[in-house]
Design a protein around this ligand. Structure first.
Ligand SMILES: [Zn+2]
Length: 345
């Protein structure tokens, strides 16, 4: 879509840009200084127009990057101004940030112009923070704003895989994504997975962001696949829909195998006469049958859920040896259940 250029009515002092230091670490260089003004250049608004949102407090005229001053102004659809660097945008983007960065790049800002984009300030802020690799957020972005920003990446020539990434660590067969190994957007999305796991998983599947899908899938163990509507299923793509289906299937199969063997039956004890003690196995079988066929909680079954359900079956059992065998079996089940995979492959 076209990017409109228009002159800023306020004059901007003409000044040479410092030569940027290509080797400056972005994460450090882009942190705003304490003296940074809280508002940037303000465009005059036509009479009757709604008040623009506040300009970016991070991407201001004094947002020095590697020694270089901003040489491009971008205005969000709701009127906030962002001062940015064409060399940064060009380094990150395959299409000069949708062409915006190809229009500037002069070493002398003699003519000021602003490029107006379709995205709101909240979305543009996320996109630019991703480009500049800024980890701090001035306001926690919503899940929707994060998703909207990632959906704009391709438009601005940014690779979702590059900006929504993490370096996994495998320990004891489990894969983890330590916070220090996550890109800012990956970190922000994963921190919202507790509440919005399915939409974030669908985003990950859509752009084949495998590590994000793996990390988020852990929050989908109690999901009923029937709750995945057609739009979400299409968005996450068949591959990731099937991965989720397989995860649930494998956990259900593993649970059956783990709980199937009943507790041991002990031989008659002194004083118990000829009473058989194999009814403890019947109690076990009834308890696990309820577990396995109760489809609701099975996928997200926590260790404490499992322990509570099995222990309840011991109620009314007075033989100490039977109780010991039963409890031993519960312990065995819990240890094995904790080792069952909780994420997609
Ligand atoms: Zn017994």
């Amino acid at each position: 879509m076209p990017n409109v250029q228009r002159s800023i009515e306020e004059s901007i002092e003409s000044r040479p840009l410092d030569k940027p230091d290509d080797h400056a670490p972005i994460e450090q260089a882009c942190i705003p200084s304490a003296q940074e003004p809280q508002t940037g250049t303000q465009l005059s608004q036509p009479a009757g127009a709604p008040d623009p949102q506040a300009d970016s407090v991070t991407f201001t005229a004094k947002h020095l990057q590697g020694g270089g001053e901003p040489d491009l102004l971008i205005q969000s659809s709701d009127g906030a101004l962002f001062h940015v660097h064409t060399w940064i945008l060009n380094g990150a983007s395959t299409n000069a940030f949708d062409g915006l960065a190809s229009k500037a790049g002069s070493t002398h800002l003699t003519t000021a112009a602003v490029s107006i984009v379709d995205e709101a300030a909240s979305t543009l802020d996320i996109i630019l923070r991703a480009v500049y690799r800024i980890r701090e957020w001035r306001q926690d972005p919503s899940t929707n704003a994060l998703i909207e920003a990632v959906d704009c990446f391709e438009k601005y020539g940014l690779s979702p895989a590059s900006y929504v990434s993490a370096v996994p660590i495998t320990e004891g067969g489990a894969t983890r994504f330590p916070s220090e190994n996550r890109s800012p957007i990956f970190d922000a999305l994963l921190s919202r997975a507790h509440d919005d796991a399915l939409t974030i998983y669908a985003l990950a599947g859509h752009y084949d962001l495998h590590d994000l899908a793996v990390a988020v899938s852990e929050h989908l163990l109690s999901l009923k696949m029937s709750d995945v509507d057609e739009d979400l299923a299409l968005r996450m793509q068949t591959t990731y829909f099937m991965k989720l289906l397989m995860l649930h299937h494998e956990r259900q199969k593993a649970l059956k195998e783990i709980v199937e063997p009943p507790p041991a039956v002990h031989p008659p004890t002194p004083g118990s006469g000829s009473r058989k003690h194999d009814d403890i196995q019947l109690k076990w079988k009834m308890a696990v049958a309820n577990l396995i066929w109760d489809a609701d909680p099975i996928h997200g079954l926590s260790v404490s859920d499992l322990e509570g359900t099995l222990e309840a079956a011991l109620e009314g059992e007075h033989c100490e040896s039977c109780r010991e065998n039963f409890v031993d079996r519960i312990r065995d089940v819990l240890v094995k259940w904790e080792c069952v995979k909780t994420t997609i492959d």
